[in-house]
Design a protein around this ligand. Structure first.
Ligand code: PEP
Ligand code: MG
Length: 608
């Protein structure tokens, strides 16, 4: 009998294969007392384990360098230095001398170090806790003879489905795309960055499964359905056939949708809806540029920071931005300045607030770290020589921030002047509207920026007070809540009154039903995942603004998100007559639940 675990669809596609269970957690260690005569041997065993761990880390480092780059690989240097720390070695040896088994001695010392680092006044040291945990797990696994689980170890072509609790930065940089064909995690949500990364890599993913790592032992065959968010454990032959058929249908849909790339993005009643792509990694640029996108509506720049030990310099950033700008050959490329913090934490150097989403992040951090910010601004000004670059600031809540950011941009320009470096002098500046504060005071920003882009992932989170990364709250993360729709409408109305471009670049824009709602609310610019461009274009071309507006008004007047969903669904289905392509075989940018009317996916399990 097979079991199905329901999670959240994070990245579309259906794959089946053997599980690669990655239990990256500190194992339980028994208290073991050794006789005096065993002490020298135990100390030797401890040293051998450290050597084995160092060898493994060096291998991991080398392979990471090869397929991800030298900066990503540098994460592991810190861990190597922990393994060589004289004080750590001394403390463990002392406990072994007191007749404790090596694994227990190491375990006790690491727990203590982790506690000390976690409460340290210096943020740099607090951030080292993640490295200590990695070392803790790695050395204990060796001492206890547990299987070595690094995903990087898999041979190419092994077609494994990685199942793990969560993808930490050090695991993410190790992901070998030629060995892993899908990702399933206990934690995470559709808008968490694991999900965004999986979509960028084009790897099917289901997140928020809550108990997948508990339910599996690593010997199973699974079907991972990233389109509807399900993991089927030990499927029957009949189920495999059914899923493979669906996969074939999805592939056919994708091909059919590709024909949309060259079609105009115009509604039935002749309104143009600008469709741009979100780019999270520079390597995605070429794919996105051929998807039919009219440019980039959101280039996230966190990839330059997250999971790294050091900040990128101006030159490295300039190269990355220029790459994307050139891929789009003159089409607009909106580049967002660092949105670090919240769930996008770098490896070192920044304090971790108790409430990171309400903490020192994004524009707040950049304004307080002017040198870091200006390095990025100089790189952007220079990259703008190669195309139509527009700069966007994240998490703006007040005009003061825009003015300060502009001031720093002027300083950055003056620094380039002083160096005699070429750059573009006039760049459009825009802001992300992603807090109720910005939405409600949007009229205060109109005179000082050139465009608005609504970040619905955060706007929903902050409006509803629902953590976007919490699997437990996923069914409460409802973009169609009347409060969210009212705020979007307000932003659009103010923007239109001032002839200002108002785009939406959150995940909402990538989902057909929501895109329909946004068009109805008056949005004329959507920035969506590269892979969703043809699908959203199909929606644009299949509806009229008149019908969308009527649907959006009905949604706005609804008392609940569920009611709003019903109003929109009914009209979208009738606009398309046969809505088969909206229900099934979609390349996954539609949450399966939208047509079930559940308002969210529950991570309960179902048996067949
Ligand atoms: C958003 O908040 O909607 C957004 C697009 O930005 P991010 O997902 O990177 O926070
Ligand atoms: Mg955001």
């Amino acid at each position: 009998m097979s079991t199905g675990l329901a999670g959240m669809p994070a990245s579309p596609g259906i794959v089946d294969g053997q599980v690669h269970l990655l239990r990256w957690e500190v194992p339980d260690v028994r208290h073991r007392i050794i006789p005096d005569e065993a002490i020298p041997g135990e100390i030797k065993r401890f040293h051998q384990a450290l050597e084995t761990a160092s060898d493994r880390l060096r291998q991991v480092r080398a392979r990471t360098e090869k397929h991800a780059g030298p900066d990503e690989a540098a994460i592991f240097d810190v861990q190597l230095s922990i393994l060589e720390d004289g004080e750590l070695l001394r403390q463990v040896e002392e406990l072994i001398q007191q007749n404790l088994g090596a694994e227990k001695g190491f375990d006790l010392v690491l727990f203590e170090w982790r506690q000390q680092f976690a409460s340290h006044a210096r943020p740099m040291l607090r951030e080292r806790v993640g490295d200590l945990i990695d070392v803790h797990i790695r050395v204990l696994s060796i001492l206890l003879g547990l299987p070595d689980h690094d995903p990087v170890d898999l041979p190419k072509g092994s077609n494994k489905i990685l199942v793990t609790h969560d993808l930490t930065p050090s695991l993410t940089v190790q992901l070998d795309r030629e060995a892993i064909i899908g990702i399933a995690t206990d934690a995470g949500t559709r808008t968490s960055h694991v999900a965004i990364l999986a979509r960028s890599l084009g790897l099917p993913a289901v997140v928020g499964l809550r108990e997948a790592t508990q339910r599996l032992n690593g010997n199973e065959h699974v079907i991972l359905d990233g389109t509807s968010g399900v993991l089927v454990i030990n499927p029957t032959p009949a189920q495999i056939v059914t899923y493979r058929e669906r996969r074939a249908r999805e592939a056919a849909e994708v091909t059919e949708l590709q024909a949309m790339a060259t079609a105009d993005s115009v509604t039935l009643d002749g309104h143009w809806v600008t469709l741009r792509a979100n780019v999270d990694l520079p390597e995605e640029a070429e794919f996105a540029a051929h998807s039919g996108a009219e440019g980039v509506g959101l280039m996230r720049t966190e990839f330059l920071v997250v999971g790294r030990a050091t900040m990128p310099d101006e030159e490295e950033q300039y190269r990355a931005y220029r790459h994307v700008v050139e891929a789009f050959g003159g089409r607009p490329v909106v580049i967002r300045t660092f949105d670090v913090g919240g769930d996008k934490l770098p490896i070192g150097g920044y304090p971790t607030d108790p409430n990171p989403f309400l903490g020192w992040r994004a524009i707040r951090m950049c304004l307080d770290e002017p040198e870091l910010f200006k390095t990025q601004l100089r790189a952007l000004l220079r990259a703008a020589m190669h195309g139509d670059v527009r700069i966007m600031f994240p998490l703006i809540i007040t005009l003061d921030e825009v003015l300060q950011a502009r001031h720093l941009l002027n300083e950055a320009a003056a620094e380039l002047d002083a160096r005699g470096v070429e750059y573009r002098h006039e760049l459009p500046l825009g802001v992300m509207v992603e807090t109720p504060a910005a939405a409600l005071s949007i009229h205060t920003l109109v005179d000082d920026v050139s465009f608005f882009s609504i970040g619905t992932n955060d706007l929903v989170q902050y409006t509803l007070a629902v953590d976007r990364g919490s699997a437990n709250l996923a069914s409460r993360f409802t973009p169609l809540h009347p409060a969210v729709l009212t705020l979007i409408k307000r932003i659009v109305d103010v923007g239109v009154a001032h002839h200002m471009e108002v785009a939406v670049c959150g995940e909402m824009a990538s989902q057909p039903l929501m895109a329909f709602a946004l068009i109805g609310l008056g949005v004329r610019s959507l920035s969506v995942a590269g892979r969703a461009v043809p699908l959203v274009k199909r929606i644009v071309r299949g509806v009229s603004v008149a019908v969308a507006a009527e649907a959006a008004n009905a949604a706005l007047e609804s008392r609940t998100a569920r009611e709003a969903e019903g109003e929109l669904r009914r009209r979208l289905l009738s606009a398309f007559g046969d809505a088969a392509f909206l229900r099934d075989g979609l390349p996954g940018f539609l949450d399966g639940n939208i047509f079930e009317g559940s308002g969210g996916v529950n991570a309960s399990s179902a048996h067949e």
